[in-house]
Write a protein that binds this ligand. Sequence first.
Ligand code: BES
Ligand code: MN
Ligand code: ZN
Length: 509
Amino acid sequence: MDFSIKPIDAKTGLAAVKTGCLAVGVFEDKKLSQAAKELDRHGEISAALKSGDISGKPGTTLLLRGVAGGAAERILLVGLGKSEPLAEKNFASAVQAITRVFATLGATEGAIALPFEEVKSRDAAWSVRAAVLAVRDAAYRFDTTKSQKEPAQSGIRKVTFLASGASAPAARTAAAQAVAIANGMDLTKDLGNLPSNICTPSYLADTARRLAKEFGFGIEVLDRKQLEALKMGSFLSVTKGSEEPPKFIVLKHTGGKTKDAPVVLVGKGITFDTGGISLKPGANMDEMKYDMCGAASVLGTFRAIGELGLKMNVVGVIPTCENMPSGRASKPGDIVTSMSGQTIEILNTDAEGRLILCDALTYAERFKPAAVVDIATLTGACVTALGHHNTGLFTRHDEAHDALANALLAAGKATGDTAWRMPIEDAYQEQLKSNFADMANIGGPPGGSITAACFLERYTRKYTWAHLDIAGTAWKSGAAKGATGRPVPLLTTFLLDCANGKSAAKQAA
Ligand code: BES
Ligand code: MN
Ligand code: ZN
């Protein structure tokens, strides 16, 4: 899918636009949008509304051919709901409806002239970004593991957004960013959707190497021997039961000055989580192939910032392995020593994400980071708390961390990839008490996502840090089962904001 932005010619207007299909909005109260009015010189559009052929309810559509008021071959009317104010949700429904119709047309080029500037509390850049992301999300297919490939996409493949001359430059930047984000999300989805017998730790490492080559990132992949030398006893305890060799991937994007402190992204890369000796129940265990979506979102974000040539330093750190039961696997009660020197009693081998992340978080200290953000499908408890809409966001509660949290929340809001802040308080830390080691790796059922975050917090006291629990947002279950590509939009936008000096995170750092 190809996107471009064209300023509307102030003299000739939309009537002169030649394209296979021109999509314009109509409202529920039988009102035409400004764009629709411009094409209504012969009254065909108002007649269609009057006849009741289209209600104007959000997402309704009516395709007209041979409209004399415009040069386009087809005019697609799309419902936007109530005109004032134009709700975000209704704008999104309209874009989705346009995408559906565009895919079925006998034309290859189309244009969209929605009221991009009029969405409530949003600007044209937001609207264009949302539209590109929606179109690309709808266009995503995963058929690499099917013998019959899906037929190549039909219908419209080149979409032009028609914006006012004033908002065209900002819209152009927004479209380029959205395309990069969508490309990153596609990679994240592909990796998430691939089964664990294909998407192994070595496969993730190869993917990182491929990205490094394409975009000029620095890359290092550490193997078991090097991890032993680093004394990553916690990470290594998780990989013990598996035949697949563990990998520790370090990616470096140096878009800033050499001495600029980087933002470090740390992604959980469990390519399959059986639970280990604390074995998970069988039902839906296949979904644990998604337990590397934190890692996949780091790689997807790197894909996006590489394409955008982000002017900032970013490091990606990915500990990746399988969590398997075997005669050599870790057992409940085992005590391991993490790279930080702190000892951990493994009371449940299924709480493995924190065990691989804690060593990666200690490793991150060497970059003297401006901020560290870890991303993990960490707890089922987070799904219980927040469902599938919001990613769980955890940080300490002080000024620097509030700034980082707010920057991440804002980036999520700007892209519809939202997060919700959860508390980390010392009171919860008590639940991690162990009689035999510095801490246990579980805190019992109450506040399970919070005690998991509290565990990680103990390894992040040397820098500003945030934790994103994406267990509920990284994939969908049920009929639409598959990876979502989240939180690539949140992370990429956060980094763009940092690079633009816009973000509170930059001040915090
Ligand atoms: N990968 C899971 C978390 C998970 C569960 C993600 C469901 C998505 C959906 C994680 O490794 C895990 O097993 N966590 C345990 C922790 C418990 C043993 C304290 C959980 O959530 O049950
Ligand atoms: Mn687990
Ligand atoms: Zn897991």
